[in-house]
Design a protein around this ligand. Structure first.
Ligand code: MLT
Length: 394
């Protein structure tokens, strides 16, 4: 008899965002006239930048002619895109070789897939946490410890010698809290990881939203190349949530048990992955052209304006929050001591606004709530007017 991976029994029945989508669907079915505004999942609303579309059109044309057609590409990505990413990192003062950069279909996939090359390790995540880090480790039966994030530590937990692990996940600017580590704080994490021979899995998916003088890559921190793998994505930066493209950096200097993790990852990718479509990689490379950079900046500024509308409303209501400044996420304390799911229902029923209950990101998220800045200006304005109206009265 075939058996199943029983670790799946340890997961919640559905993934957080699927659960929210199904609750919203049932509400919409029961209230067909309700105009629901979605500020739950971090999905972008602006279209792909024109530079990306032009590049993809050209690539489609190339695919239609035998002389310029592309079949299987390099599993780790085309050189033109890896080179463009390397040049982008140079602007952050980070020097990467193209062979240290692997193109993926998004950070989420690689954050899960990377576990293939790591052993039966102990794992440390912050709580609240992007559920992918937890669920993928539960699926493979690893034991997980939680570093508590809370208002006292500004939702930025620091290393604790009593809480060591072989694999440490950090996300900065953070999903879900929007809090972002300083250089000094990340240096402490990098030193901690090196001292313990841990591997730091650093999720930089929101780096483009940083406005203050804060690190945008873990490799800005001295010592990171001997302990850290970085994951990044075009999803939130350039609107690729539906197009799918990201990248993972595995430095050549990263070695455990006398084995290069870069070589292992290449071995894994060449075996299990056939690369991202040529057309998509051409589109992604256009993000780094001067026009692409200009257009992407425009889109990010657009979302920042939404974040400002949200934080202005919270300020007016005197609601505590973090994020919004270096991040598209605003993490707020549920008003009137409501728990997160009660506030989710309250907001859905009374304002027809969807957010994400903090508890869905871990027990330390209980009593908090996440809103995203990825909607349109009009929808954000309407949502915030409704939000203000129901909470001012209460
Ligand atoms: C989120 O809402 O947390 C993100 O959309 C998750 C993701 O990028 O997968």
């Amino acid at each position: 008899m075939a058996t199943i991976n029983q670790n799946y029994w340890n997961l919640k029945e559905s993934y957080l965002f699927s659960e929210i989508a199904s609750r919203v669907l049932s509400y919409q079915k029961a209230h067909p006239d309700a105009h629901i505004i979605r500020m739950g999942i971090g999905d972008v609303t602006l279209p792909l930048p024109p530079a990306v579309i032009d590049a993809m059109h050209k690539a489609v044309e190339e695919m239609g002619h035998a002389e310029t057609f592309h079949g299987y590409g390099p599993e780790q990505g085309y050189h033109f895109l890896r080179q463009a990413i390397g040049d982008y990192y140079k602007q952050k003062g980070v020097c990467l070789l193209p062979e240290e950069i692997f193109i993926s279909d998004g950070a989420k996939s690689d954050l899960g897939n990377i576990l293939d090359i790591l052993g039966d390790n102990s794992v440390l995540v912050t709580d609240p946490v992007y559920p992918v880090y937890v669920d993928t480790n539960k699926m493979s039966g690893r034991s997980i410890s939680y570093a508590q994030a809370n208002q006292q530590n500004h939702f930025l937990p620091m290393p604790d010698p009593h809480l060591t692990a072989d694999i440490i996940y950090l996300c900065s600017p953070n999903n879900p809290t929007g809090a972002a580590y300083s250089r000094q704080q990340l240096k402490e994490w990098v030193d901690f990881a090196n001292q313990n021979d841990s591997v730091l899995l650093f999720d930089a998916a929101y780096e483009a939203f940083v406005t203050e003088d804060l690190p945008r890559s873990i490799y800005e921190i001295e010592g990171a190349k001997t302990c850290a793998i970085e994951f990044c994505s075009f999803s939130k930066t350039a609107g690729f949530t539906g197009t799918r493209c990201g990248y993972t950096v595995v430095p050549l200097e990263l070695v455990r048990q006398e084995t290069s993790l870069n070589k292992l990852w290449l071995r894994r990718q060449t075996t299990k992955f056939n690369g991202v479509p040529y057309i998509v990689q051409r589109g992604a490379a256009a993000v780094f052209s001067p026009e692409g950079q200009e257009q992407v900046k425009h889109n990010i500024d657009y979302y920042r304006h939404n974040a400002q509308m949200i934080t202005d409303t919270l300020d007016k209501l005197g609601i505590w929050y973090t994020g919004g400044k270096n991040s598209p996420y605003i993490w707020l304390k549920c008003p009137h001591d409501m728990d997160s799911w009660t506030f989710f229902d309250f907001l859905l029923e009374n304002a027809h606004v969807v957010g994400t209950p903090g508890e869905g990101f871990g027990s330390c998220g209980e009593g908090y709530f996440r809103l995203t800045a990825f909607s349109s200006h009009e929808m954000t304005r309407t949502a915030m007017d409704r939000f203000y109206a129901i909470l001012r009265q209460k």
